[in-house]
Design a protein around this ligand. Structure first.
Ligand code: SF4
Length: 424
């Protein structure tokens, strides 16, 4: 990987990569919904694709300038899709272990819209027994009554997209919120006493300097969030930044990878000094004995995930799938009484092993015994060359009895993972 932050994606979200998922596999996905339920943990992801404004680094499918009627139609579609999914044998009668409202901006919805959406979903799925219900928020969309409503609706984990505290940086990157809105929203979130709170930051946004990054980290420490997630700024192709830079014939002024790693390394040290622990290459938690991130942990260990909404990604009975990625085809499918599956992939058993291995490695260590028991393969022997190389390069502290990444390895874990895709 080049040191420069060039256009392209670096983050490994899943395996096998999305480029291998095909529309030909739709019948396999539908067949997976018709198989008897397994005993895997089951989660629900709800995609809310609306945002006040498109951030210049964002590559998600989001809609801005939507009318209330669009939001209403979409919420009804989510409820209808929930009913379609909940009626299929692979899902029927199973309890949810975790729920995630992601986006887009779930907090874009008004209190009334949220109450109607949740009531619609509850006709098919309850989450009183779920161990975690996460709700992503954009600071500028919150108001005190909305935060209280989120608590009343059963959200247990609020994740606030702070990204940075410097208004110059926020504006340069096209964020809709400013720092004053963060602090205001945080007071309401604290007062509502959610069991679990998370703050998202991005290291290396356009206009960031080491000094402004340090100030953002110090300010974040004062929030005393249960967890803090730090991403390193990427420039996926389908973003305003990359498009504008091509039109202008220039590059986007984002710090290079070694600089961003240095900044995150510094931030990790600051959080550790204040009592946080490292929970993955991106996350620090204040009280590891109490604070879990079930969505991440269960998903990374191979749990099922029913995905609702336009362009959502799910995994059921060993099959990956993605919903229709465009507004009208998504709505037309659901309103026509069909699951809106767009493409999928049935990974081989070996690919499922690789998926679990690479996702677990993002936490900094590998549970070798568990993988061996589940897949009947010894990952140490299977990828012996890769482990040895990573050790020689300083990315691993040790290989046996289970591989443990060094800080250097952890902060660039995504760049290490492709070695497992082809090797072995
Ligand atoms: S708030 Fe999030 S989803 Fe919405 S445009 Fe910005 S980065 Fe994208």
């Amino acid at each position: 990987m080049s040191d420069t932050t060039e256009p392209g994606s670096y983050f490994v979200a899943n395996y096998p990569p999305f480029s291998r998922w095909t529309t030909d596999a739709v019948p396999e996905v539908l067949a997976a919904f018709d198989r008897p339920a397994t005993d895997a943990a089951l989660g629900l992801y709800l995609h809310v694709p609306f945002c006040r404004k498109r951030c210049k680094f964002c590559y998600f499918r989001v809609y801005t300038d939507v009318a209330a009627a669009d939001v209403e139609r979409y919420s009804q579609a989510l409820a209808a899709e929930a009913a379609l999914a909940a009626a299929r044998p692979a899902v029927a009668g199973r309890s949810l272990r975790y729920v995630y409202f992601g986006g887009g901006t779930p907090s874009f919805l008004s209190v009334k819209q949220l109450e109607r959406l949740v009531a619609g979903i509850h006709e098919s799925f309850g989450w009183d027994d779920a161990e975690e219900v996460t709700f992503e928020c954009e600071p500028g969309t919150l108001a005190e009554p909305k935060v209280k409503a989120l608590k009343a609706l059963g959200m247990t984990r609020i994740s606030l997209g702070v990204e940075n505290f410097d208004d110059r940086v926020l504006e340069a990157n096209g964020r809709a919120h400013l720092s004053a809105e963060i602090l205001r929203a945080w007071d309401w979130i604290k007062a509502a006493e959610f069991p679990n709170t998370n703050v998202d930051l991005i290291a290396g946004m356009v206009g960031e300097t080491f000094e402004s990054w340090q100030a953002t980290v110090e300010k974040t420490l004062t929030l005393e969030a249960d967890s803090v997630t730090i991403y390193q700024m990427e420039l996926p192709y389908n973003t305003v930044f990359v498009r504008d830079s091509k039109d202008g014939g220039g590059t986007v002024p984002v710090a290079d990878w070694p600089t961003k790693r240095q900044w995150v390394d510094w931030a990790f040290d600051r959080f550790l000094e204040q009592g946080y622990s490292v929970s993955s290459g991106y996350t620090l938690v204040r009280d590891p004995a109490r604070v879990r991130f079930q969505y991440r942990d269960m998903l990374w260990e191979g749990a099922d995930l029913v995905a609702l909404g336009v362009a959502s990604f799910g995994h059921l009975s060993g099959v990956h799938y993605q919903n229709e990625p465009h507004w009208e085809p998504y709505l037309a499918a659901v309103e026509g009484g069909r699951l809106p599956i767009h493409r999928g992939l049935t990974p081989t058993r070996r690919e499922l092993l690789v998926r679990q291995l690479v996702l677990q490695l993002k936490r900094g260590r590998l549970d070798v015994a568990r993988l061996r028991e589940k897949f009947g393969v010894d990952p140490l022997a299977e990828w012996a060359d890769v482990w040895e190389r990573l050790l020689a390069e300083g990315h691993l502290e040790r290989v046996a009895p289970e591989p443990v990444l060094t800080r250097q390895g952890l902060l660039q874990v995504d760049s290490l993972l492709p070695a497992f895709f082809a090797a072995g």
